[in-house]
Write a protein that binds this ligand. Structure first.
Ligand SMILES: NC(=O)c1ccc[n+]([C@@H]2O[C@H](COP(=O)([O-])OP(=O)(O)OC[C@H]3O[C@@H](n4cnc5c(N)ncnc54)[C@H](O)[C@@H]3O)[C@@H](O)[C@H]2O)c1
Length: 377
């Protein structure tokens, strides 16, 4: 009986333990399944969230087409811009080639001067007709040349064959304003010279010849330079004496149409001798008579350029009056020789520079007509 009871109790215990194990196993398994489910849901949620967020951003079919069309337009515009830029570039390259062609590959021959002989020479109005020829001679002699010009009547083209040369410098400057440079000699030529040019702005003409000359004389005093003033035969005005010696004081109308030039040059001479007397500036004064030659302005308005232009264009050569009035014309290289000789000399009083041989205007007209081939004027 006791043995049976023990056996029964043992069996019950084993069943209970087994049931407990199965129960625990079942609970554990359920938890695991739940976890897997939750993870799965979370993953699903995440993908859905991402999908939802990006959905707004995702291009729709119509948007895609519009964007493609816009891109096409942008591409066309860019292509057109590129073509335009290429065309502009080609134009600029052509321009550069033309400009480069004008820069001399080889400069005219220049003498070598040691630093003791080489002078630094300032030429005001150096891009003008006379100034540019003077610059050519000074450069070929081996000096350092500084050209100052405001290009009122002068042109860069007149001196462009020196651009880039180590002895050459060009300053775009109006001499009515002070200038600070170093120089051993100054050739002061800046001033319009022909009547249409100097009458175009009479106030400026007189300022250039007075204020401009004061500035150049002041510069000469500061740096101890010798200065040559380019004066004119017009300081004699409508002369009562023929030919005019330097001692003749002239016959000038101070309020006439040419006064801005005539009186401007007379004041320039007065200033030169005042600076010489008071400030001990070493001055030279050249009274230049009519000059002609290459690089003369075509619209110079004076008889030589007028006759040449009329002959070239087969127009009637206009002679005022009976043509028996006389003039003298000096070739520009002779004038330059005269200016250099005067600067080098110790002569300080005014000097007339021109051609002493006079011709009638009628003779000039015939000479020019015969020189221009095919002229039927
Ligand atoms: N050519 C002649 O027959 C003749 C006759 C008598 C006197 N001159 C004198 O000789 C000089 C040169 O005459 P040109 O025939 O060569 O004349 P131009 O007009 O050819 O040259 C004068 C130069 O001076 C420059 N200039 C004018 N005003 C200036 C200013 N305020 N600042 C800087 N530069 C200025 C011009 O741009 C030009 O390059 C002038 O002083 C002129 O009065 C010339």
């Amino acid at each position: 009986m006791i043995r049976q009871s023990l056996k029964f109790r043992k069996t019950v215990t084993i069943v209970c333990v087994l049931s407990l194990i199965i129960f625990i196993f079942l609970i554990l398994r359920r938890d695991k399944l739940n976890n897997i489910d939750i993870e799965g849901h979370q993953r699903l949620d995440n993908t859905q969230n991402i999908g939802y967020r990006d959905f707004n951003k995702m291009p729709k079919k119509d948007d895609n087409r519009q964007e493609a069309a816009e891109m096409d337009i942008n591409n066309d515009e860019a292509k057109q811009e590129l073509q335009e830029a290429k065309a502009r570039l080609a134009q600029l390259e052509k321009k550069i080639a033309i400009l480069e062609g004008r820069i001399p590959q080889k400069y005219p021959d220049v003498k070598y001067l040691g630093y003791k002989e080489r002078k630094r020479i300032l030429v005001t109005g150096g891009a003008g007709f006379v100034g540019s020829h003077l610059v050519d001679v000074l450069m070929t002699q081996g000096h350092e040349v500084i050209v100052v010009d405001n290009f009122f009547t002068g042109r860069k083209r007149n001196v462009e064959h020196w651009f880039g040369h180590r002895n050459f410098e060009m300053i775009h400057h109006d001499i009515v304003n002070p200038l600070y440079v170093e120089a051993d000699e100054i050739y002061h030529l800046a001033s319009p010279a022909s009547p249409p040019h100097y009458m175009q702005n009479p106030v400026k003409t007189i300022k250039t010849n007075t204020l401009g000359t004061i500035n150049m004389l002041g510069l000469a005093r500061r740096v101890g330079a010798k200065i040559l003033i380019a004066s004119t035969s017009e300081v004699y005005g409508d002369p009562m004496v023929h030919p005019q010696p330097e001692s003749y004081w002239g016959h000038v109308n101070p309020i006439g149409p040419r006064a801005c030039y005539d009186e401007g040059k007379r004041v320039a001479e007065t200033l030169a001798y005042s600076y010489a007397k008071q400030e001990k500036v070493d001055v030279r004064v050249a009274r230049i008579f009519n000059t002609y030659g290459p690089r003369m302005h075509v619209s110079d308005g004076r008889v030589v350029s007028n006759f040449i232009m009329q002959a070239i264009q087969n127009l009637t050569i206009t002679v005022y009056g009976n043509g028996k009035q006389t003039r003298s014309f000096c070739y520009v290289s002779d004038l330059v020789d005269g200016l250099l000789a005067l600067m080098a000399s110790s002569y300080t009083l005014p000097v007339n520079i021109g051609n002493p041989v006079e011709h009638t205007i009628e003779e000039f007209a015939v000479i020019i007509k015969n020189l221009v081939p095919g002229c039927r004027s």
